[in-house]
Design a binder for this molecule. Structure first.
Ligand code: 6PG
Length: 474
């Protein structure tokens, strides 16, 4: 028996992907040093064609050629050591796929290294967590386009489907797949932060209990905010500590962890000079949350009184909050898409933004009904320079502005921190400005460093001696 697809790393994600492959009639082989994982795979997949190996040579020999082997191992040095272990066993033309969340710069390095040796290397973003891997993830493969044809039938079979369309497409050359997955995660960070700020407003601003908050999120998910993250958030407010009436959420420490993909998105955006302030804020707030001891100390100095209940008409305010979330969600996606557009030019990825929005509509963590609007925008206008410049999107944004302004002003006046909402609105207000106050920055730079400035309606660069030397009057 030969196997069509190989998987290295049989943790839950690896096993689930192989089971998914087996479900679709392909034969999948898995390798893990830990033989119990292979045994577990065979046990879980006893009715389908999957086999576990703990000997890497036997594993490689069991695969049809050209081989397609996916690594699902932790990002970083382990990927390099697995590659080195595999290399002597491979034939030229074989395809190695890194299905983890590797940094795109590492992927570029590996593509180059392996291509020189005659192998294909794919950086492939996979989103959807354990459940997605098992039932259908969103898949973002990047690498050599010709080699993609070997993987395509299997990936299309196992990917999530929206209206029968598989949530996988060839993303682009080099590290394009991992870059797009990284930005997906940046958007994920932004949306999660916006949801946690919504929770803060509902709990601390409106003083609502868990059941009421649950109903509000569940209601959002019935309408235009329908999305995986809103849906699971509503479910979190249902879960009680077994045998009690108590929400588990209330017992969870308020220190958010991160594996780094959000930070990488912000770092890469800075390199591209592509502003994504909502996502940056989400990264910063996870970091700030970790300073628990300092926050507690500061609270004794500055938060001596309970936050007062917002003095608002609750029903009207909830309408505003729904608008505020919709507004900020649009801004978050818009920042991410703009970053992809800039990266495509800068790194020659050849990204197709409508295809990317299309494969994000199902399977992945940021799937939402708004992705249909994004897909339509980039599909109808291939030259679209920014999502906010698309008329249908502008109409949605215009309609939600009263809500975001109202929510923000109430929260600010009451000392409730909602920085991602604030950042989204300020990004928008600056983006729609014909004139920003940046002329003053240019004047200051020229003042202290003779960095020069440009003048409106006049060619060239200029420098001014802003105050007379020797201290005399101007
Ligand atoms: C996905 C997720 C997945 C993972 C993140 C979590 O698309 O399935 O993004 O990749 O959950 O790595 O990231 P943090 O640990 O940084 O929150």
């Amino acid at each position: 028996q030969k196997y069509n697809f190989g998987m290295i790393g049989l943790g839950t994600m690896g096993r689930n992907l192989l089971l998914n492959i087996g479900d679709h009639g392909f034969a999948g082989a898995g390798y893990d040093k830990d033989a119990t994982k292979g045994a577990l795979l065979e046990e879980e997949g006893k009715d389908i064609k999957v086999k576990g190996f703990s000997d890497i040579k036997e594993f490689v020999a069991s695969l049809t050629t050209p081989r397609a082997i996916t690594m699902l191992v932790p990002a970083g040095k382990i990927v390099d050591s697995v590659i080195e272990e595999l290399l002597p066993l491979l034939d030229k033309g074989d395809i190695l796929i890194d299905g983890g969340n590797s940094h795109f710069a590492d992927t570029n390095r590996r593509v180059e290294y392996l291509e020189d040796l005659g192998y294909h290397f794919f950086g492939m973003g996979i989103s959807g967590g354990e459940e997605g891997a098992r039932r259908g993830p969103s898949i973002m493969p990047g690498g050599d386009k010709k080699a993609y044809s070997v993987m395509k039938p299997i990936l299309e079979a196992i990917a999530a489907k929206v209206d029968d369309v598989p949530c996988v497409t060839y993303i682009g050359q080099g590290s394009a797949g991992h870059f797009v997955k990284m930005v997906h995660n940046g958007i994920e960070y932004g949306l999660m932060q916006l949801l946690s700020e919504s929770y803060e407003i509902l709990k601390n601003g409106l003083k609502l209990d868990g059941d009421s908050i649950q109903k509000i999120f569940a209601g959002w998910n019935e309408g235009r905010l329908q999305s995986f993250l809103v849906d699971i958030t509503a479910d979190i407010f249902k879960y009680r500590v077994p045998g009690s009436d108590h929400l588990l959420l209330d017992d969870i420490k308020d220190e958010a962890r991160a594996k780094g993909t959000g930070k990488w998105t912000s770092q890469a955006a800075m390199d591209l000079q592509s502003p994504i302030p909502t996502i940056d804020t989400a990264v910063a707030m996870r970091d700030l949350s970790k300073y628990k001891a300092l926050r507690e100390q500061a609270a004794t100095l500055y938060s001596t009184q309970e936050t007062e209940k917002l003095d608002v008409d609750q029903d009207k305010f909830l309408v505003d909050l729904e608008q505020a979330f919709y507004f900020s969600m649009i801004i978050t996606y818009a920042q991410g898409m703009q970053m992809l557009s800039n990266a495509s030019t800068e790194y020659n990825y050849g990204l197709n933004l409508s295809e990317i929005a299309k494969i994000w509509r199902g399977g992945c963590i940021i799937r939402s009904s708004f992705l249909n609007d994004i897909y339509n925008a980039y599909e109808k206008d291939e030259e679209l320079k920014h999502l906010l410049l698309y008329e249908d999107v502008a109409n949605l944004v215009n309609e939600t502005i009263p809500g975001i302004r109202s929510v923000l002003s109430k929260a600010v006046a009451n000392g409730i921190a909602i920085p991602a909402f604030a950042s989204s609105l300020s990004y928008f207000d600056a983006f729609r400005s014909k004139r920003m106050p940046s002329n003053l920055i240019q004047a200051q730079r020229d003042f202290f460093g003779a960095h020069t400035y440009e003048l409106i309606g006049k060619e060239g660069v200029f420098h001014t001696q802003w105050v007379p030397k020797n201290g005399s009057e101007i």
